[in-house]
Design a protein around this ligand. Structure first.
Ligand SMILES: O=P(O)(O)O[C@H]1O[C@H](CO)[C@@H](O)[C@H]1O
Ligand SMILES: O=c1cc[nH]c(=O)[nH]1
Length: 289
C-alpha cells in the first residue's frame, strides 16, 4: 500500500499538484510548457469538459474530431515533469481511494508541443523538430531504479567521451521516443533529430550573458557529435524526463518543437506564435487521422 505522504490526494479527491481526478484524463495527453498554450490548443476543440489551474499546471480535456484529448501545461523544467508524469500515471494506474496499483495498466499517448533552440545551421527559426532521442543533462532519471534498462547506454558512453563530460555535472542519460508516435507524426514538415533537455535556459544551454560557462566549448562539441546517423539538433528543457519516465511507466511519448532561436546562426524568431498555431494544428490532425 502506498502511504498518504507518498501520494497526496486533495480533499476533493483530486491529485496533489495537477488537481485532476482519474475520470478527467483522456488517453491522449498533450503537454506544453507555457500555460498560455493550453487555450490555444483548446480553441480547436469542438467541446471542453473543464479547465483547472493550480500553480503552473493548467489542464483541460476536450474533443477534437471525436477524439478525447487532455492538455496540461507543465511549466518549465524536468523537475516539473517529475510531478506531471508521476501524477498522470497515478491518475490512470492507481486507485486513489485504496492506493492500490491496478493490475491492468493504461498506457497514455503523451505528446509534448514545445519551443526550442536549434544547434545546427540547417535548422532555421520557425522550423519544426521531432525528437527521436532525448539527452538529459538534468540528471532526473538517475534517481530512478532500472533507468539503465530503458536508456541508450552506448550513445551515452560515446557522448560522454566526445564531450569530455565534466564530472561535476549530472551524468547525461539518453532515451528514445515512442516509435509508434514517431511513425504517426513524421512527415516532411518535421526534421527528426536528437534533443538535449537542459536544467536551465542560460548557462546550461551555453548562453553567456554576464557569467562565463564552465566549458565554453561544450556547444561546439555537441554540434559536431555524431552517433551512427544521429546528430544533436536542439535544446529545450523537458523532453528527456518525459521520455525517461514514460518508458519506465509504460506510456508512449513524443516531443515536437518549434525552433524559436538558432544558437549557431544567432537568429531568433521575430514572432513565433503563428508558427506555433500551425504546429498545434498539424499535431492535432496527425493524432486524429
Ligand atoms: O515553450 P516550452 O514548452 O515551455 O519549452 C521551452 O521553453 C521554455 C524556456 O523558454 C522551456 O520550458 C523550454 O523547454
Ligand atoms: O533556446 C531555447 C529556446 C527555447 N527553449 C529553450 O529551452 N531554449
Amino acid at each position: 500500500m502506498i502511504g498518504s505522504s507518498e501520494l497526496i490526494i486533495n480533499e476533493d479527491g483530486s491529485i496533489f499538484h495537477l488537481h485532476l481526478k482519474p475520470e478527467q484524463v483522456a488517453d491522449t495527453v498533450l503537454l506544453v510548457g507555457d500555460p498560455g498554450r493550453v487555450d490555444l490548443i483548446a480553441s480547436h476543440f469542438s467541446s471542453t469538459e473543464f479547465k483547472i489551474a493550480n500553480r503552473e499546471f493548467v489542464s483541460t480535456t476536450g474533443t477534437y474530431r471525436n477524439t478525447r484529448i487532455t492538455v496540461i501545461s507543465t511549466g518549465i523544467g524536468t523537475d516539473n515533469i517529475d510531478i506531471v508524469l508521476n501524477e498522470l500515471d497515478a491518475l490512470v494506474n492507481i486507485n486513489l481511494h485504496t492506493k492500490e496499483i491496478s493490475e491492468k495498466k493504461r498506457s497514455l499517448r503523451i505528446i509534448r508541443i514545445g519551443t526550442s533552440g536549434a544547434l545546427q545551421k540547417d535548422l532555421p527559426v520557425n522550423s519544426y523538430v521531432i525528437s527521436r532521442k532525448a539527452i538529459g543533462f538534468d540528471g532526473l532519471l538517475n534517481f530512478y531504479a532500472d533507468r539503465a534498462l530503458i536508456s541508450d547506454l552506448d550513445f551515452e558512453r560515446n557522448f560522454i567521451a566526445h564531450t569530455e563530460w565534466n564530472p561535476h555535472l549530472a551524468k547525461p542519460y539518453v532515451v528514445d521516443s515512442s516509435d509508434y508516435l514517431y511513425q504517426l507524426m513524421k512527415d516532411d514538415s518535421f526534421h527528426a533529430g536528437v534533443t538535449i533537455s537542459a536544467p536551465g535556459f542560460y548557462g546550461p544551454q551555453g548562453r553567456v550573458i554576464r557569467l562565463e560557462t564552465a566549458d565554453p566549448h561544450l556547444n561546439e562539441k555537441i554540434e559536431c557529435f555524431y552517433y551512427n546517423d544521429f546528430q544533436i539538433t536542439n535544446y529545450e528543457m523537458e523532453c528527456s524526463a518525459i521520455y525517461g519516465l514514460s518508458a519506465l511507466l509504460g506510456h508512449e511519448a513524443l516531443t515536437v518543437c518549434l525552433i524559436i532561436a538558432n544558437r549557431t546562426t544567432k537568429q531568433a524568431s521575430e514572432n513565433y506564435h503563428p508558427h506555433m498555431k500551425k504546429l498545434v494544428q498539424l499535431v492535432l490532425d496527425k493524432l486524429t487521422t
